[in-house]
Write a protein of this length. Structure first.
Length: 323
């Protein structure tokens, strides 16, 4: 992807101008306003889930009112064979649950979060698709309202991402705005180096996204943690920055992982981003990366898949998509 060159002052003015037009506030969207804007548009909410029994109930309870009011047409959980009762929590709230590896099973077992998102799109059909993470500890109905409002009211918008503050829990102490370490240490520097048009996104790796199905089904989807950054870059390439926006959702609190646990995520994000930039190091989109870490016995190897699934529109057009 060729990004084009801009002088820093021109770039900054361009980003600031975009932010003035395409930055929204979740508190501006009431349920009545959303229902009025929805019209005949159908909405699918897809919730990828993996070992989140302690938080998914709270997320779903905040969404059931919108479903009962008719704002949500499909509410589905895509579970990653969780062993902690995640699926049972959702089913007990009368929410549809799919095990991700059972969808499009001809492609083999699901290999990560992105694979679950790709398969989740296959079992839904709403005009607008909303994705939200299920490990949020302070989820509220404004998360959905803020993502849906702009895209329901403006036909020119194709994708809206959530923007939020993200604290970090350290030894029982909450440190404001120190969460999102992969975002700040990996994604944001690489975006500024290679894709400065996207530098205005507060949370480029956020799992809180609303987008039009026609756009999403035209994109290839990484099977792992590269899914959000790929979606952002590919949307920019397909429809341009003016068709993209973000909404302030306040503060999002989730479970913080150790730095060692974040290594594979950081590796996948970097590899996925660089694979989409002209002149960056060549990285095979179908390669399984072997990430080495020092260990007591020398090195430990973490297998990280960089595989990408084909656009669902291609599968539907050639009849290859199977349940």
């Amino acid at each position: 992807m060729t990004t084009g060159k801009q002088r820093p002052a021109q770039r900054d003015l361009s980003i600031n101008s975009w932010l003035e037009r395409r930055f929204y506030r979740s508190e501006d969207y009431t349920l009545e306003r959303l229902l009025d804007a929805k019209g005949n548009t159908t909405v699918s909410v897809i919730l990828p889930a993996r070992e989140v029994a302690t938080t998914i109930g709270g997320v779903l309870r905040q969404l059931l009112g919108a479903r009962d009011a008719g704002l949500i047409d499909e509410l589905v959980v895509i579970d990653a064979d969780s062993e902690d009762g995640t699926a049972s929590v959702a089913r007990n709230l009368s929410v549809t649950v799919h095990q991700r590896s059972e969808i499009l099973s001809s492609y083999g077992p699901a290999r990560g979060k992105g694979d679950g998102i790709w398969r989740g799109m296959h079992v839904t059909d709403g005009d607008v698709v909303v994705f939200m993470d299920t490990d949020t500890q302070n989820f509220g109905p404004h998360f959905l309202a803020g993502l849906l409002g702009p895209i329901l009211e403006d036909d020119g918008l194709q994708l809206v991402k959530g923007a939020f503050h993200r604290p970090l829990q350290l030894g029982g102490v909450k440190v404001p705005d120190e969460g999102g370490r992969v975002t700040e240490l990996v994604a944001r520097p690489l975006i500024n180096l290679y894709l400065p048009q996207l530098a205005g996104f507060v949370q480029p790796l956020a799992g809180e996204i609303a987008a039009r199905r026609t756009l999403l089904e035209s994109l290839s989807i990484p099977v792992g943690y590269g899914v959000e950054i790929a979606m952002l870059i590919d949307c920019l390439r397909a429809v341009g920055i003016e068709a993209m926006g973000q909404t302030d959702l306040g503060t999002r609190e989730d479970t913080n992982q150790s730095l060692r646990d974040l290594v594979s995520m950081a590796y996948t994000v970097a590899a996925t981003l660089l694979s989409r930039v002209d002149g960056a190091p060549s990285i095979s989109e179908t390669e399984t990366g072997a990430f080495l870490l020092p260990s007591a016995d020398g090195t430990a190897e973490i297998e990280v898949s960089l595989l990408e699934r084909p656009p669902l529109a291609e599968l539907r057009s050639d009849g290859a998509a199977q349940a």
